[in-house]
Design a protein around this ligand. Structure first.
Ligand SMILES: Nc1ncnc2c1ncn2[C@@H]1O[C@H](COP(=O)(O)OP(=O)(O)OP(=O)(O)O)[C@@H](O)[C@H]1O
Ligand SMILES: Nc1ccn([C@H]2C[C@H](O)[C@@H](COP(=O)(O)O)O2)c(=O)n1
Length: 419
């Protein structure tokens, strides 16, 4: 047992655990040690006399991890007693990219054995690590107990570690796995994800077939390509239609129409798969842009800025300040994706945007509902839009009348694209 404890501590000693008790504050960071700490207890201010547990996915396969993590939340919400709060948790090596293992931390106020029964079942049947946390002794120190399966199917506590406070890392853990999990910076990286999904998501095959037939785009287009970006209901459809008419241009969208039959299906998938789908949509649209921009200017309704900004804002938990700094590589443009001549981002106050959403009165997508409910998320999307480079977007005040916005944008296009 002592040897096993040494080896697991060896494995986890460079890792820090982060629990999001409150999305508006920093997570609580802790580490594992063989000896107790003299510093104050990590959970003292956030836990009453509650039982606590943590779960994290144990698999080397990225797709399996993503699918299981998404499904796990639904399963826990359904099966655990209602007094059990499910919080997001990650285990990571501070400031080391691609080191995050996601999980959940449970605060159980139910005082029933139901939670342990559900967790025992999970441990027996699913690729998870399960731990319980106890607070004991005169100095009320916390310890973590790793659960294990015995050969005859019972659950036992295998190893015990002391829980000690850890430093706040320079980079918020949710920023460490953005590249190739939430945002893809080459066609190949996004393509590989869908290829690996063919057996579990049959629709991936049809998407890949379409993508295989995509038109290849040149780096330089003959006519200017102007992308219109912005949050929902900022006026993109209204403006792109009037611009197209005013400039005698061709109107395209990303994702393109040909992906519509599969969009709703991929919207239900975890970020890794969903974002790979949207990334491939941009390459399909790029092929169409290359073709159309031989004959006329092209206006594009959403493109790479939307894909990256929504993905980054969703991935990064908590405060606006947790976003990667401006200039970070996560805001870079994929080297193999056609670059537009100009990107304009329509910006609107949240009150006016809400008014327009209400006037329009259509069904809202889940992400639109999230935008409404979550002012912080909206701010993160807009901030990420503004940090993306190569080309960066130019912000346009979208609050005047449709015609005034059109005139303002035509002036910008004439100035920047010499049209
Ligand atoms: N400049 C404007 N002033 C007032 N209302 C506007 C203006 N532009 C658009 N609208 C109205 O706001 C609503 C949203 O506009 P629109 O559909 O063009 O936005 P959008 O950005 O394309 O939205 P989404 O991304 O959700 O499709 C519509 O009812 C539209 O008529
Ligand atoms: N090029 C694109 C276009 C859209 N998305 C994602 C981002 C949001 O989740 C959603 C918004 O689209 P809308 O509801 O306005 O059609 O689609 C993307 O990732 N990349």
């Amino acid at each position: 047992m002592a040897r096993r404890m040494m080896s697991r501590l060896g494995q986890w000693s460079s890792y820090v655990f982060a629990v999001d008790f409150d999305t508006n504050s920093d997570p609580i960071y802790f580490a594992l040690a063989s000896k107790q700490s003299e510093r104050p207890q990590v959970f003292r201010n956030v836990l009453a006399d509650e039982m606590c547990y943590s779960l994290h996915v144990q698999s080397d396969d990225k797709i399996e991890r993503a699918k299981f993590y998404g499904g796990l939340k639904k399963k826990l919400s359904k099966e655990l007693p209602p007094e059990c709060t499910i919080l997001e948790m990650s285990i990571f090596q501070p400031n080391v990219k691609d080191s995050v293992i996601k999980g959940y931390f449970l605060k159980d106020a139910s005082k029933s054995s139901a939670t342990e029964r559900v967790l025992g079942e999970l441990l027996r049947n699913d690729p998870v690590y399960v731990c319980s946390y106890l607070c004991g002794g005169e100095d009320r120190q916390w310890s973590q107990h790793l659960w294990s399966n015995t050969e005859d199917g019972w659950v036992e506590v295998l190893e015990k570690y002391c829980v000690v406070p850890a430093e706040k890392p320079v980079h918020h853990p949710s920023t460490l796995n953005i590249i190739n999990y939430d945002v893809f910076y080459s066609f190949e990286d996004a393509y590989k994800v869908l290829q690996q999904c063919v057996d579990i998501i049959p629709e991936s095959k049809a998407v890949l077939e379409l993508v295989d037939q995509r038109l290849k785009s040149k780096e330089k287009t003959d006519f200017p390509v102007i992308v219109i970006e912005g949050l929902d209901a900022t006026g993109k459809t209204t403006l792109t239609e009037s611009l197209t008419e005013a400039l005698g241009a061709t109107l395209l969208k990303s994702p393109p129409q040909c992906l519509s039959p599969w969009r709703a299906r991929f919207d239900t998938e975890p970020p890794l798969i969903r974002r790979a789908f949207y990334a491939l949509g941009n390459y399909l649209t790029a092929g169409q842009i290359g073709q159309e921009a031989r004959q006329a200017p092209v206006i594009v309704d959403r493109y790479w800025h939307s894909t990256a900004a929504y993905a980054i804002a969703t991935a990064v938990g908590g405060k606006l300040g947790n976003l990667p700094q401006a200039g970070s590589e996560v805001y870079g443009w994929p080297g193999d994706l056609l670059r537009p001549s100009l990107v304009l981002m329509l910006s609107l106050s949240s009150q006016e945007r809400m008014r327009r959403l209400q006037v329009r009165g259509q069904d809202k997508t889940m992400e639109e509902e999230e935008l409404e409910a979550n002012h912080l998320f909206r701010q993160k999307v807009e901030e990420a839009y503004q940090r993306i480079e190569g080309p960066a977007c130019v912000t346009v005040d979208a609050s005047p009348s449709p015609d005034q916005v059109l005139q303002q944008v035509l002036l910008l296009i004439r100035e920047k694209c010499h049209l």
